[in-house]
Design a protein around this ligand. Structure first.
Ligand code: THG
Length: 369
């Protein structure tokens, strides 16, 4: 088998960090929001897994693009798109929110930042939320402006993240609470920093608006981080599956609703907020969901998913596995699977064929650890 290359172009946007991570040995990219998102560096997947769980990594996650909603009707538009109740959202806080269509189908699962009632950022997963937002705003004649500002997020993730951050931003950074954000000074520039990130190893995300200052900060992290064994990294397949962080387009898409995705705590149906698909979700909740995202553990030592694989019991399909990896912690393959009713209620053994070989597995809860 040969490796294929993705031909870069203006359409597959580079980030402000691309030339740096290419010097630092990035070996593969995926495309996310029409932008390069690093997927691997030279070390093996198990080496980078151990490194992320013990030290600190700097990630180019600029592909987590911001959709800015500004203006008199900004709150109304943001609330119209999500089933999470944002009516009492606080300034300076982040909210993980399902964005859904008129059928309750998942459009995206962004982190939403509230600056104030008239300014929000939607930090999107991989789908064109700006177009969806523009369509709704035009149809509803909302007084808003919708844009994608050139914000390039750099994540600092890992158990040593705050040792490194404290060296640069001082003790004040230690007071930042989970899913809160604040501006911090660096040289003569201000950077929005949120305590968040697509791993469960701790850390922050820096929403870089001043790219020159952001690149100076990037370089300084590697200089000051030597004593903490800092390395460049990227969202990690094994760590994110073990932690139960969902990946839009892989684990769920427009054919799945947030109740099927286990997002019940982000679905508000019993007050008077107004969002698309509310009636539909009320109906679905009443009649009960027909499938649900669950964890699976498979007695195998290798898997490389490119598309979903069916899971069966006595040759009957009980669901499909949508993301998977070999877990060094569980010493078997683990994955995220959409399991049909009633099988998600029972934890029966199932069969799966991987590369023409039959394996057995079991259904479990998410997160795994
Ligand atoms: N950070 C930022 N933007 C993002 C992501 C991010 N945009 C794209 C993508 N990731 C969106 N998807 C997710 C999926 C899971 C989480 C965040 C974004 C996540 N969930 C936490 C959890 O499940 O514990 C927290 C949820 C909560 O309790 O509020 O972190 O990573 N800026």
């Amino acid at each position: 088998m040969h490796n294929q290359y993705v031909a870069k172009s203006r359409r597959l946007r580079s980030t402000i960090y691309s030339s740096r991570i290419e010097n630092q040995g990035v070996t593969s990219y995926t495309i996310y929001n029409h932008m390069l998102l690093p997927a691997a560096f030279q070390d093996s997947i198990e080496e980078t897994y151990n490194h992320l769980k013990n030290y600190v990594q700097i990630w180019d996650v600029a592909a987590e693009r911001q959709i800015e909603i500004k203006g008199k009707d900004a709150y109304q538009l943001v609330q119209l798109m999500t089933c999470r109740d944002l009516s009492k959202a606080k300034e300076g806080k982040c909210y993980y929110c399902p964005i859904i269509d008129e059928n309750g189908g998942m459009i995206n699962d962004p982190v939403i930042l509230k600056f104030n009632q008239e300014k929000w950022w939607i930090s999107i997963a991989d789908s064109d939320v700006m177009l969806f937002a523009k369509g709704l705003a035009i149809g509803k004649k909302f007084e808003v402006s919708i844009s994608e500002p050139d914000v390039n997020i750099m994540a600092v993730q890992g158990p040593k993240a705050f040792n490194l951050l404290e060296k640069i931003f001082g003790k004040e950074i230690l007071d930042l609470k989970f899913y809160n954000f604040k501006y911090f000074n660096f040289n003569n520039s201000k950077h929005l920093i949120a305590r968040s990130g697509w791993s469960k190893q701790g850390g922050v995300e820096i929403y870089v608006e001043d790219s020159q200052s952001g690149l100076e900060l990037y370089d300084l992290f590697f200089e000051e981080g030597k004593e903490f064994n800092v390395k460049p990294g990227c969202p990690h397949l094994i760590e994110r599956i073990e932690s139960g962080l969902l990946s839009y387009g892989n684990d769920m898409d427009i054919n799945d609703n947030p109740l099927e995705c286990g997002m019940d705590k982000f679905v508000k149906l019993d007050n008077d907020i107004n969002f698309l698909g509310k009636e539909k979700l009320i109906q679905i909740k009443k009649s009960g969901i027909k499938k649900k995202l669950m964890g699976v553990k498979i007695n195998a030592d290798k898997i490389n998913l490119r598309s979903a694989i069916n899971l069966t019991i006595d040759d009957k399909i009980i669901g499909e596995i949508r993301s998977a990896c070999y877990s060094p912690t569980f010493k078997k393959v683990i994955g995220i699977a959409m399991i049909l009713n009633p099988y998600f209620l029972k934890k029966d053994q199932f069969n799966i064929i991987i590369d023409n070989n039959l394996h057995t597995g079991e259904i479990c809860e998410i997160p795994f650890v």
